[in-house]
Design a protein around this ligand. Structure first.
Ligand SMILES: *[C@@H]1O[C@H](CO)[C@@H](O)[C@H](O)[C@H]1NC(C)=O
Length: 283
């Protein structure tokens, strides 16, 4: 027991040391031919998009459960047609995936925050939101809390979505496949602007999104097929591993869903005319 505590403390110390300028350590720039950049000694990452190409990065590590935070500042001004995707995903046809996607808009119009959860290759679980602030003015923290019982999406600590483990109802839950973080800035005017209604304004290119303060309190998957959990000073492994929404967080979740949710697959009776997916029925 003492040894474990010592190890945890050692991990805490190292995690804190590693926190400053850690983007080089945690992330790899994967595409975009120089359009993705890590700047300021590893404190800042920027993705850019022009008519020729977008850009992207991924995490060096794969994770199996964790609380993963990133601060993002989205493409400002007329960003219609641009999509900033930030997600966790495993590989293969039966992959699991946890998605944040930010759909740009005309100047002064709200972004759409699109979320989805894939399990065993099956998605179709979209929920979309507007935000209660302008996500292009400042950095805001977007978090995924992923433990064996919940996938909770959070914005500045406020939960916006809680995908619960409902394996008892026969709904697959992501719990066996390690996932990597991926992010990209790309052009999706056909999809992102209600079927290409609004075109991307390339005179405003290059478009740019910024990232900082990445933090993963997570179980890192190793090639040996084992996972090891790191802990930092703010939360020990067990805190997020067992975390659920307490009553005040549930209240905030309801506030977001009531005031800012603009699409919920669970109420789309037209789309699911044969019956809503099983996870949609109330307990
Ligand atoms: C852009 O803003 C309009 C007006 O508020 C909104 O209806 C639309 O859903 C927004 N589009 C995206 C892609 O966020």
């Amino acid at each position: 027991m003492d040894l474990l505590v010592t190890l945890l403390l050692a991990c805490t110390f190292m995690a804190n040391l590693a926190n400053a300028g850690n983007l080089y350590k945690d992330l790899d720039l994967t595409w975009g031919d120089g359009r993705a950049k890590i700047l300021n000694n590893g404190d800042l990452l920027t993705l850019s998009l022009d008519k020729t190409s977008g850009s992207g990065f991924q995490s060096k590590n794969e994770y199996l459960f964790g609380k993963i935070d990133m601060q993002l500042k989205l493409v400002p001004g007329n960003s219609a047609g641009t999509v900033t995707a930030y997600y966790l995903s495993s590989q293969g046809a039966t992959h699991d995936e946890i998605d944040f996607e930010f759909l740009g808009n005309l100047s002064g119009q709200p972004y759409t925050l699109h979320t989805n959860v894939f399990t065993q290759g099956k998605g179709n679980r979209e929920q979309q939101f507007h935000l209660w602030f302008d996500p292009t003015k400042d950095f805001h923290t977007y978090s995924i809390l992923w433990n064996p019982r919940h996938v909770i999406f959070m914005v500045d600590g406020t939960p916006i979505r809680d995908f619960k483990n409902q394996e008892a109802k026969g709904v697959a839950f992501p719990k066996n496949q390690p996932m990597r973080i991926y992010s990209s800035l790309w052009d999706a005017e056909d999809w992102a602007t209600r079927g290409g209604l609004i075109k991307t304004d390339w005179t405003k290119a290059p478009f740019m999104a910024s990232y900082r303060n990445f933090n993963a309190d997570a179980c890192v998957w190793s090639s040996a097929g084992k996972s090891s959990c790191t802990a930092n000073s703010k939360s020990s492994t067990s805190a997020w591993f067992n975390q659920e929404l307490d009553s005040s967080s549930q209240e905030r979740l309801r506030w977001v869903q009531k005031n800012y949710m603009i699409y919920n697959y669970c109420t789309d009776f037209k789309r699911f005319s044969q019956g809503l997916p099983p996870e949609c029925s109330l307990p």
